[in-house]
Design a protein around this ligand. Structure first.
Ligand code: ADP
Ligand code: MG
Length: 359
């Protein structure tokens, strides 16, 4: 088992694209780590640079404390699963799984026992003689995982391994993968553009934008306290409300009332402020909707539309021309046109710098 230590890493393609642009991060031994970000942000390039399939332009990659920045991919002790699985179509499942062992000249009898054991772990029993073309997408995905695990790398690198599966199978495979990773205890870096997948699976998440790290934290931290408006926009199944606001009274530090959307909300500032423009961030899940009158800071508006999300409804409220989203239990969904009041606890209202978008 092994940790990964990345320092000042940059990967520049021959055409000048800085796909990874100065990155520091550590993945702990045995950790399930997610790299999350929009398409094109450099996730695959970072993974391939850790694996040695791309050459680092600057910085270092250490695996299990050894500097492998210039080490051949085959000698880094990493196993990678590619987004398209990259199975050998002319080889059987068994041959696919044990190919890395064959390359290392492991004896045939040993390979056969590894194939049957790994097939058992990944629910592929009975499929060992089939060719990849005779398997479903979910089975192919498990063969790719089996091949990576059978190679006995110290580190498992997974590039969007679930993205080719349909929605239902993806959920099943997600649960399966989480349990497998926990049972094996192997250090795993999981790349995804799907924030729900990252939140569900990972011990920690690194959110990337344009080759840079925008936040690193536990799923709880990045959800409840996005460090900037980019992460705030990217994480969450309902979009976070990000609304222009203003603090008018001067405060040293502590609780303030922020003017926003024709009303006001309580918030906490960690720096001294006096008449400053901010972006107010509040998740729809953290707002409370009521038709009663409320004293203290609140937003007032009219229900525009409500969308059923299953057990919850997402209600869009027009507050003085600003649209604010709030989730309510499905049975409490108000009719369009209802006059409502929205409140939020001070701990849930985040203040972002209007210029930089940082907390
Ligand atoms: P992601 O996996 O997050 O979608 P990639 O790592 O594939 O992102 O790509 C990051 C950036 O590098 C993109 O701008 C992409 O166009 C560029 N890129 C990827 N591969 C190459 C390549 N082989 N040559 C040149 N540019 C590339
Ligand atoms: Mg990619």
């Amino acid at each position: 088992m092994a940790g990964i230590d990345i320092e000042g890493l940059a990967t520049v393609y021959p055409n000048g694209v800085r796909a990874v642009d100065g990155l520091d991060l550590q993945v702990a031994d045995g950790e399930f780590f997610a790299l999350l970000g929009p398409s094109g942000c450099g996730k695959t390039t970072l993974l391939r640079t850790i694996a040695g399939l791309e050459t680092a332009t600057e910085g270092t990659v250490r695996i299990d404390a050894a500097d492998v920045t210039r080490t051949d991919p085959g000698k880094r002790g990493v196993a990678m699963v590619f987004q398209d699985y990259a199975l050998f179509p002319h080889m059987s499942v068994s041959e696919n799984i044990t190919y890395p062992l064959k390359v290392r000249r492991v004896a045939a009898a040993t390979r056969a026992s590894v194939a049957s054991r790994t097939a058992g772990e990944l629910s592929l029993d009975g499929l060992l003689e089939r060719k990849p073309g005779q398997l479903s997408g979910g089975q192919q995905q498990r063969v790719a995982l089996a091949r990576a695990i059978a190679s006995e790398g110290k580190v498992l690198l997974l590039d969007e391994p679930l993205s080719n599966l349909d929605a239902r199978l993806r959920l099943e495979a997600r649960t399966f993968l989480k349990k497998l990773q926990r049972d094996l205890g192997i250090t795993t870096v999981f790349v995804t553009h799907d924030q729900a997948e990252a939140l569900a699976l990972a011990d920690r998440i690194a959110v990337m934008e344009s080759g840079k790290l925008r936040q690193l934290g536990s799923p709880r931290e990045v959800f409840a306290r996005p460090a900037n408006t980019f992460v705030a926009n990217f994480i969450g199944s309902t979009p976070m409300n990000l609304i222009p606001g203003r603090i008018t009274e001067p405060v040293d530090q502590g609780d303030v009332v922020v003017s926003v959307a024709g009303g006001s909300l309580p918030a906490t500032t960690f720096v001294a402020v006096a008449d400053v423009e901010v972006t107010v961030g509040i998740r729809p899940e953290y707002l409370t909707l009521t038709t009663n009158d409320v004293s203290g800071p609140a937003l007032r508006g009219t229900v525009l539309v409500a969308e059923n999300l299953g057990t919850q409804s997402l209600v869009t409220v027009d507050c003085d021309g600003t649209l604010v989203g709030v989730t309510v239990p499905e049975e409490d969904e108000p009719a369009a046109g209802t006059a409502v009041t929205l409140t939020a606890p001070v701990s849930r209202v985040l203040l972002y710098d209007r210029e930089t978008g940082e907390l």
